[in-house]
Design a protein around this ligand. Structure first.
Ligand code: HAM
Length: 469
């Protein structure tokens, strides 16, 4: 019987691991440049960490169970509640602003489809302890930079920017001041792009139940609102509505944020898009999504401000803003745009050991070269020269090191360029130094010693007439 992995879970063959590492390295590189430090937390957490703090949708997708000690636990569907807990526990001693990033596997029991799996890696970057939009700007700029690192440009993705604070002010202006009703209405807004009009109307009627508001009229005004695509249009819209002073004041924050983003050179990526409200319950202010513009439009990353979460998890009042970026959609996009590199896993050198009696000497060189940081392989079993050369070539090693009885007697090792198929003997003394020069500059070009086919050249030619045993 052959076992299969679970649906929505990936296996990583070496080539997949190499690409995963490539993505992680670029993410790490971007975060470090922005001055972020790496953190991590357990993948298995107490269930209640997620049930109250995340959104309803995520909670319905939890991989949760009771452990053998009767604890209710869940695999993490996201990293933000764990981050807030870590920060809450040491809030007094951490230097602020706290700029942390993490990369970890997350698990969501959702319907598997292209770009969405049940286990995926997510790169998170968050700033805690800074209430001003300077932190939002830094986070959005890092999100852009983390995608630009792969060669993606404004033709490939944009940042759709929205604002839950502005949404709450707008809904208040419409007459929805009860927070629980506003949250229900935002859940309908979240579905605007995915559900047909009749379905939306039904959802809106449920959300507005118990209020005097007309669902169809409210939906129409909301459609008018989400059609606004710039700060100028937002200003005009709120200027024409009475009692919208707070919303107009909030637009001053928008102005500041946009000017910071322009100053950081990422302005061309930003698009005002009020359809973005984010499904997660804890967001409080600016929210955004990095959205793919080529092929099927998918979210590459999502984030925003969540100023109340740390306090809810037992910490002090601590403002926070951050994003999460998944590896699945990003890898698909990079593949589509041919931006994934061919990653080779070849050794630097392959030692060809001719004769078991020479193995001890050869392996002492292998160990020494490995200790110097070279990647070295060799065949575990003795074999004919031709077979061993073939094995060396198959690994992709550019150079083979030939250890035959003659070479060892002369205190040399022959270095063979597996592509050009030429060899030169070098003393075994200071081999690591010699080989590092060869890796950098190639095998030296030397005039081939005259060969009579009788071995008088010392085997330094490539005539192929010498026995190498
Ligand atoms: P999220 O929007 O739920 O936000 O996820 C962020 C990103 O994770 C998505 O844009 C997507 O790239 C990836 N992702 C989510 N679910 C899946 C899935 N089932 N399969 C593959 N990729 C997926 C959060 O998780 C927030 N905690 C982000 C955050 C950090 N906010 C503040 N700090």
């Amino acid at each position: 019987m052959q076992f299969k992995s679970l649906p929505g879970f990936r296996e990583f063959y070496p080539e997949d691991c190499a690409l995963r590492n490539f993505i992680f390295e670029r993410w790490r590189n971007a975060a470090r440049r922005f001055g972020f430090s790496e953190w991590d937390a357990p993948a298995l957490e107490p269930l209640e960490l997620f049930t109250e703090k995340s959104g309803e949708e995520i909670v319905s997708q939890l991989f949760n169970f009771e452990d053998k000690g009767g604890r209710k636990v869940s695999l993490r569907p996201e990293m933000t509640p764990s981050l807030a807990r870590l920060v809450a526990a040491r809030a007094g001693s951490l230097r602020r602003p706290i700029k942390w990033f993490g990369i970890g596997e997350n698990y969501r029991y959702e319907k598997q489809q292209r770009g969405r799996l049940r286990a995926f890696y997510q790169y998170n970057a968050d700033i805690l302890g800074e209430p001003s939009c300077a932190a939002d700007a830094e986070i959005i700029a890092l999100c852009v930079e983390s995608l630009r690192m792969f060669g993606l440009s404004e033709a490939d993705f944009c940042i759709r920017l929205s604002d839950r604070t502005l949404w709450f002010l707008f809904l208040e202006n419409l007459g929805i001041s009860e927070e629980s009703t506003a949250v229900k209405v935002l859940a309908v807004v979240d579905k605007l792009e995915r559900v047909a009009h009749d379905g939306l109307l039904e959802m809106m009627s449920t959300a507005l139940a118990g209020t005097p508001l007309d669902p169809a009229g409210t939906l129409a005004t909301i459609r008018e609102f989400v059609a606004l695509k710039s700060l100028g249009e937002l200003n005009t819209f709120f200027s024409s509505r009475s009692g919208a002073e707070k919303a107009l004041a909030r637009l001053e924050e928008w102005k500041k944020l946009l000017s910071l983003l322009n100053a950081m050179g990422v302005g061309e990526f930003i698009r005002t898009d009020l359809t973005i409200v984010r499904g997660l319950a804890y967001y409080t202010g600016f929210v955004f999504e990095a959205f793919q513009l080529v092929g099927e439009g998918r979210a590459l990353a999502g984030g925003g401000r969540y100023d109340k979460l740390v306090k809810k998890l037992g910490g002090p009042d601590m403002p926070a803003v951050g994003f999460g970026m998944g590896d699945v959609t990003l890898r698909n996009l990079l593949e589509q745009q041919e931006l994934l590199p061919q990653i080779g896993d070849a050794p630097d050198f392959y030692a060809i050991i001719l004769g078991e009696e020479n193995r001890t000497e050869a392996l002492s060189d292998v160990a020494l070269l490995r200790a110097c940081g070279f990647r070295v392989e060799y065949a575990f079993k003795d074999g004919k020269f031709g077979k061993l050369i073939q094995a060396a070539e198959q690994t992709g090693a550019r150079y083979a090191l030939i250890y035959g009885t003659n070479e060892l007697a002369l205190g040399v090792v022959k270095v063979r360029d597996t592509r050009e198929r030429r060899e030169i003997a070098f003393p075994r003394e200071n081999l690591a130094g010699t080989l590092s020069e060869i890796l950098e500059f190639g095998l030296p070009v030397v005039e081939e010693p005259h060969c009579h086919g009788d071995g008088s050249c010392g085997g330094h030619c490539t005539c192929g007439k010498h026995s190498h045993d």
